[in-house]
Design a protein around this ligand. Structure first.
Ligand code: SAM
Length: 532
């Protein structure tokens, strides 16, 4: 949530709203309206109007007959996600299918992705407004209501447009019967401001349960992030709450589109000339303020790519650590799919005259790595080095090729709790049990990496999660049984675009990046050197 609760707002009456009638039938509906009256102003994600909104007095029968395309597209996205799809992967095809122009696509993106993020808060509002648990509302109708709630409480769409179009959408996707119920719930939702709803639905007493509703995260994720901030030394247990709120808010703020200029293949200047701004965080990064990244020539030619600046910094750090003379000029990316970090490592290996082996267990993701690395593979051949992508289990590489590599990256499969701002549905999909399930795999992969690295070589263990159970505990457990490893201070290898050490890297030796501190995903990196 990007706007915190207003300090001045009094705590309104918590008395239950009237229960809306399930159905309000009416006469012939009117035609759909264009969306010229959309946002009153462009509030940030999750922001809302400070003042009470004006009620719409139209009957459902007088409302939009059909859903307009941008809202229908956002609804289609929510249904695709409900059936197991990933929003980022589904949405481009949905935009094409609904033939949305740039403006409608931007509106549908903010509506669909914002609704998915803020769903926890909106469900609490809808349950109160409908006077029933959301589990007793048809899932399609619930998605329509979530979209309506986001327009009212998160996007500053005027009440009459939000209500009309939400009822029209309900009529299109669920029939006239549902539209009466939707109309009644929307009317209830529109009767209070966002701050008033927060005061009504956020549980009293504070703590994780309250933050979970206020910032629309599952309660276990709030607790996990709190533990991660303390565990990585960002805050003390006494002072963690302010920091935690900032982090949760950052999770609700859509990430900027960051690009990487793969070293030696493209330059930041080239990306800047294509309309991006140079990154302050990553020496090989740039940020697009709008537009489609595929419009950038270097991206189309796979010399550049969309990539979080934190991932760029990690790959650069691993490549910058000094290794002993004589270690093999062979680098290994043990969990490579879909190939983001391989793209940087491959380019850097090429510059260093080293071979790259990229291992990925999934066929499909290994194909993505091949595609990412294609321009590097072509250049490598001309330079006499090799780039190889293998579909294989990374856990077996250490036994099969002991001490064969000079640098090894383990970008371990993890819960992704550090990338919630990029994957709007991820927070609702993940379960606490995932941590226990991933733990043995993460440990096995790290052991294999250590076996695969030559004495004097370096291993980077990375995750896009700050959870101690998949970061520091994994490293601690694996190192307990080894005496051939020294932990390196990773901080000096994180250089920002000015060449200086990146700010706020904590006490080391591992580095934990944070969205609310560094503007990156919450990536973790430990660097380990094999004694030799
Ligand atoms: C966090 S992702 C890696 C992201 C990648 N480094 C990038 O920057 O694009 C983890 C990857 O590990 C792969 N993986 C999972 N188990 C594996 C195993 N046993 N061996 C190799 N790869 C595995 C997953 O399929 C997934 O693609």
């Amino acid at each position: 949530m990007s706007e915190s609760r207003s300090q001045g707002a009094g705590r309104p009456d918590r008395s239950r709203p009237r229960r809306p009638r399930d159905e309000q039938r009416g006469g012939a509906p009117q035609g759909g309206r264009r969306q010229g009256d959309r946002q009153q102003s462009s509030g940030r994600q999750g922001g809302g109007p400070p003042q009470r909104q004006q009620r719409s007095r139209q009957k459902p029968s007088e409302r939009a007959k059909r859903a307009e395309p941008a809202r229908f597209a956002a609804y289609t996205l929510l249904r695709a996600v409900a059936e197991g799809g990933y929003a980022n992967l589904e949405f481009p095809a949905i935009i094409r299918r609904h033939r949305l122009d740039t403006r409608d696509a931007a509106f549908a993106t903010e509506l669909g992705f914002g609704t998915l993020r803020m769903q926890g808060f909106y469900d609490a509002v809808i349950a109160a407004a409908a006077d029933r648990p959301t589990s007793r509302i048809d899932t399609g109708v619930l998605d329509v209501l979530r979209l309506g709630a986001h327009q009212l409480l998160g996007m500053r769409v005027p009440v009459h447009a939000a209500a009309d179009q939400t009822v029209g959408l309900a009529r299109t996707v669920s029939g006239a019967g549902a539209s009466g119920f939707v109309n009644a719930v929307m009317r209830r939702v529109s009767e209070a401001t966002r701050d008033e709803w927060l005061a009504r639905v956020v549980p009293e007493g504070g703590g994780a349960a309250a933050l979970a509703v206020e910032y629309s995260h599952p309660e276990w994720v709030v607790t996990a992030l709190r533990g991660a901030l303390i565990g990585h030394g960002r805050a003390t247990a006494e002072a963690v709450d302010t920091e935690l709120r900032t982090l949760l808010e950052a999770d609700n703020t859509p990430a900027r589109v960051s690009l990487v200029a793969r070293p030696g293949l493209a330059s930041v200047d080239e990306l800047v000339q294509a309309g991006a701004s140079a990154s302050e965080t990553s020496p090989i990064g740039a940020v697009l303020s709008g537009g489609d990244p595929s419009g950038v020539t270097a991206v189309r030619e796979r010399r550049a790519a969309v990539q979080d600046e934190g991932s760029q910094l990690l790959a650069l750090a691993l490549a910058a650590v000094p290794v002993a003379d004589g270690v093999p000029r062979r680098w290994l990316d043990l969990c490579a799919g879909p190939g983001g970090k391989s793209g940087v490592l491959g380019a850097l290996a090429l510059e260093a005259g080293a071979d790259l082996v990229a291992v990925e267990v999934s066929d499909h993701r290994a194909d993505l790595v091949r595609s990412t690395l294609e321009p590097i593979t072509l250049r490598a051949k001309a330079s006499g080095v090799s780039v190889e992508v293998r579909t294989a289990d990374g856990r077996e590489v250490g036994d099969a090729e002991p001490a064969a590599y000079g640098r090894v990256l383990v970008d371990a499969p993890c819960t992704g709790l550090g990338a919630l701002r990029r994957r709007p549905e991820a927070r609702w999909r993940r379960q606490p049990g995932d941590l226990a399930q991933l733990g043995p795999l993460q440990r096995d992969l790290l052991r294999s990496a250590i076996d695969a690295v030559a004495p004097g070589g370096v291993v980077g263990y990375a995750t896009c999660s700050p959870h101690p159970a998949e970061t520091t505990f994994v490293v601690r457990d694996v190192l307990k049984k080894r005496d051939d490893i020294e932990v390196i201070d990773a901080r000096p290898f994180f250089r920002d675009a000015s060449g200086g050490e990146l700010h706020d890297l904590g006490d080391g030796p591992a580095v934990q990046l944070w969205p609310h501190v560094h503007g990156t995903d919450a990536m973790f990196l430990t660097l380990l050197r094999k004694k030799g």
